[in-house]
Design a protein around this ligand. Structure first.
Ligand SMILES: *[C@@H]1O[C@H](CO)[C@@H](O)[C@H](O)[C@H]1NC(C)=O
Ligand SMILES: *[C@@H]1O[C@H](CO)[C@@H](O)[C@H](O)[C@H]1NC(C)=O
Ligand SMILES: *[C@@H]1O[C@H](CO)[C@@H](O)[C@H](O)[C@H]1NC(C)=O
Length: 480
């Protein structure tokens, strides 16, 4: 299995903006030149919704790991979850939570049977069963790197955060890079419903159920901290350089060898003959490792006005880091999506770059675009919402189960202690750093499902945004 490679910035990664900074930016804002209409396209939406506190909500109480038992006997300490915590009333979830209904729609009519779940075992790395608020895991195969451990860690933190709130459930998780359930294979004419597989990404021809990837809890192999901590550092880094003081280039750094489209991007690099306003660099992880990752330090600031996001083998975990930066994201038209990225809109959250004409697209963007806000990533993708997304996804999934989950014979109980007490080095550090206690608020309330008409309008708006940019681009190249 291939690693996901990604374009981790040398000196950047930055920035969640603080609310006040966001408002400040919004008022001064954006499109420096060209048409006023573009400014209106970018401004109002980018500025809305930025009044909430970006910090993670307070936890009701801190419960340390109890390693006195787990480490020695391999069992979980008794009573490691509180049974109930009183909590404040909920707020409403961000819009992208509605995709939960879409992802689960293949089973809306049929429900999910034990047979369907067992069919999903074929590619799964582990099976997770929750019974009476406790997690039981049966591992089938080791994942690449520590993906499986950190995904399980995330689920265990969810159980600590909302003790006794999650329904009983039974699921198969595939930690691979590519989605596995093809729509074509599981046509309704032959199958009542596909095997339900939880995975990290999908595309228009797949039906995997999308779950937040491990990197939200940390990625020790390449020293990416848990999102909770990283986002705080980024927020600070972002305030260091004003947008107008940044390098007027579109920056990318990553491993080009994993995808043809990335190799193609290299052609847009500056040369003696041509300057497309792109500065692209090949990431050498071997060298970084030798040099102690000094070149990929995420705590430093964004120094370019534009950052390019381009897919590798599939989705890339770098997207949230790139978009959190206080720069305009130039997004090369992707094929794959993560759980939250289907709600990203061209001109609102990013500037679209044509896959088949990258260099000219980038050059045009660098000339035309001012500054864009990244409030979606900063606000709607904070850790509280990651847990709430998992909570609602698993709760909705559990509602579809046609049987009462029981603990499988070969599964054993898993708790935070069993994972973290034995872990070593950065793995241990990241787990301890991302440990959570019971929340002092209820999970947010779900938005209603998208109606078919609304879903259609989302697609249309996306199309229109891209067409608009295409028109601007054509005009620009005609004139020059
Ligand atoms: C840790 O777990 C053990 C075994 O369940 C228990 O006896 C002990 O009191 C716990 N320690 C703390 C600090 O909770
Ligand atoms: C979507 O993902 C599947 C499964 O990994 C892959 O075979 C397919 O080529 C992808 N679709 C596109 C359009 O690339
Ligand atoms: C792109 O150009 C810059 C500046 O000349 C250079 O340092 C860099 O190595 C080039 N990138 C690649 C992938 O060749």
């Amino acid at each position: 299995m291939k690693a996901i490679r990604w374009s981790l910035e040398r000196s950047s990664l930055v920035a969640l903006f603080v609310t006040t900074l966001g408002v400040f930016i919004c008022t001064r804002f954006f499109y420096i030149s060209l048409m006023d209409t573009k400014c209106q396209v970018f401004t109002p939406e980018a500025c809305s919704g930025s009044t909430r506190n970006l910090e993670t909500g307070p936890e009701a109480m801190y419960i340390p790991l109890n390693c006195s038992m787990g480490e020695l006997s391999g069992t979980c300490p008794a009573n490691y979850y509180l049974s109930q915590v009183s909590a404040e009333a909920p707020s409403s979830c961000p819009d992208y939570f509605s995709w939960i209904y879409e992802d689960l729609s293949p089973w809306r009519e049929t429900g999910i049977t034990r047979e369907m779940v067992m069919k999903a075992r074929r590619t799964a790395n582990f099976r997770l069963v929750v019974v009476d608020g406790k997690a039981y895991v049966e591992r089938y195969s080791k994942s690449f790197q520590s993906r499986d451990s950190f995904t399980l860690w995330g689920i265990l933190q969810l159980l600590r955060r909302y003790p006794a709130k999650l329904p009983d459930l039974d699921l198969m998780f595939d930690c691979g890079t590519l989605p596995v359930i093809m729509k074509d294979t599981f046509r309704a004419s032959n199958y009542p419903a596909p095997p339900p597989v939880f995975a990290y990404c999908g595309n228009d021809s797949t039906m995997d159920i999308l779950f937040p990837d491990w990197s939200f809890w940390g990625w020790p192999e390449i020293r990416i901290k848990p999102w909770q901590l990283l986002s705080k550092e980024l927020k600070e880094g972002n305030t260091r350089t004003r947008w107008t003081d940044r390098e007027p280039y579109a920056y990318w750094k990553g491993n080009p060898n994993v995808a043809a489209t990335r190799m193609d991007l290299l052609k847009c690099n500056v040369s003696d003959k041509q300057d497309w306003n792109a500065r692209v660099y090949a990431q050498n992880w071997g060298l970084e490792l030798k040099n102690g990752y000094k070149q990929s330090d995420l705590a430093s600031q964004c120094i370019h006005r534009f950052k390019i996001y381009i897919e590798g083998v599939a989705w890339s975990a770098s997207q949230k880091y790139i978009m959190a930066c206080d720069s305009v994201t130039l997004l090369v038209k992707p094929i794959f999506h993560e759980f939250f990225t289907r709600s990203l809109m061209p001109l609102k959250h990013y500037w679209p770059i044509k896959d088949e004409d990258k260099c000219r697209s980038i050059k045009h963007a660098a000339q035309a675009v001012g500054k864009a806000a990244s409030s979606f990533i900063l606000d709607d993708l904070k850790m509280d919402y990651i847990y709430d997304y998992m909570f609602h996804l698993l709760s909705e999934y559990a509602k579809l189960l046609k049987y009462k989950p029981t603990v499988p014979e070969k599964a054993s109980e898993l708790c935070s202690e069993l994972l973290a007490c034995r872990a070593k080095g950065l793995e241990k550090k990241f787990m301890v750093d991302s440990l959570v206690g019971p929340a002092s608020t209820q999970p947010c309330t779900m938005p209603p499902p998208y109606s078919p008409a609304y879903l259609h309008s989302v697609i249309e708006r996306k199309d229109n945004g891209m067409k608009q940019v295409d028109t601007w681009e054509r005009e620009y190249w005609k004139k020059s």
